[in-house]
Design a protein around this ligand. Structure first.
Ligand code: GLY
Length: 301
């Protein structure tokens, strides 16, 4: 196993102001900025996390999250999302939900309005409709065209192609309260019913109000077998910086999986209770976004 294939900075950085928001990919930057605006307008850290993710979900040009996401093999968009609030370790999640544009908000409703953590498929949609969410067609003309072309060619989409981005967004408030969320349309042209890591608490996301928060993006199957985000938080508990915790998680996953690291296509972000943040990924540099008052930028792991 080679350590050099893991792309991460040499040490985690510390935000000088709070709140701090950290999220995956370039599209995380406008999401973080929406989170910051929500927080500065009087929202809680949980409101802020939800707001940022809603921005990404509403972006039809984003083919991997929410409205406009790539459909499953049968041409149906099935969305996964989860949310966590640090105090009390509260969590809510939806898997394989159809026709609902904001699964992150349904996940929050599951957390706040039911005694459960996760609802899936038709049950999740029924609950969303009961809560007043609108039913709408999430398959854009562009994605329908591309899906038809894929089906005509009967092409197997290999993991690692540009087909599995996800927004994971974690935040810490001025008082140290942590929250996080994760949302995705999942692997493009996935088997109907396939659910990835994103809505699985501890896999696509984990928030521990004593220690920190972590989130994942990439091929869900290579995260969810290992409780990847939980593992990152546990490494932070053991004293590793967010950056090192992400990198050590990837090393351990690669060691257990047995394949070369570069075949895994996974990335993690992390934020600890001190406002330190970091990320690591298996590709050639993983862009992630960091935002706090006076600072907002895309960094490269
Ligand atoms: N990480 C998103 C997915 O695999 O579904």
């Amino acid at each position: 196993m080679s350590r050099t294939l893991i792309h991460s900075q040499s040490h985690s950085q510390v935000a000088t102001e709070r709140p701090v928001f950290v999220s995956t990919w370039n599209f995380g930057k406008p999401a973080n900025e929406a989170s910051l605006r929500k927080y500065q307008g009087g929202g809680s850290i949980l409101d802020a996390v939800e707001e940022g993710i809603r921005l990404t979900e509403a972006d039809k040009s984003n083919a991997s999250v929410g409205d406009g996401g790539k459909p499953n093999a049968e041409g149906k968009v099935q969305l996964d999302a989860c949310i966590m609030h640090g105090p009390g370790t509260k969590a809510g999640s939806v898997g394989g939900i159809e026709d609902i544009a904001h699964p992150i908000s349904v996940a929050r409703a599951v957390m706040e309005k039911t005694p459960h953590v996760m609802l899936v498929g038709q049950g999740a949609k029924k609950f969303a409709l009961e809560q007043g969410f609108a039913s709408e067609n999430l398959l854009t003309a562009k994605q329908r065209k591309e899906w038809r072309a894929w089906r005509r060619e009967k092409r197997k989409m290999e993991a690692g192609e540009n087909n599995h981005d996800t927004i994971a967004l974690v935040g810490i408030a001025a008082d140290g309260t942590l929250a996080g969320g994760c949302s995705t349309s999942g692997l493009a042209y996935k088997m109907p019913g396939r659910v990835g890591d994103s809505p699985i608490i501890g896999s696509g996301l984990y928030v521990d109000n004593e220690i920190g928060a972590a989130g994942a993006t990439g091929v869900g199957e290579n995260v969810m077998r290992f409780c990847g985000s939980f593992m990152v938080v546990e490494y932070m508990r053991q004293g590793l910086s967010p950056e090192e915790a992400c990198a050590e998680t990837i090393r351990r996953i690669a060691r257990l999986d047995g394949r070369p690291i570069e075949d895994l296509h996974i990335n993690f972000i992390a934020l600890n209770k001190k406002g330190q943040f970091g990320a690591a990924g298996t590709g050639n540099g993983f862009p992630y976004a960091v935002t706090y008052p006076g600072f907002s930028d895309i960094l490269q792991s």
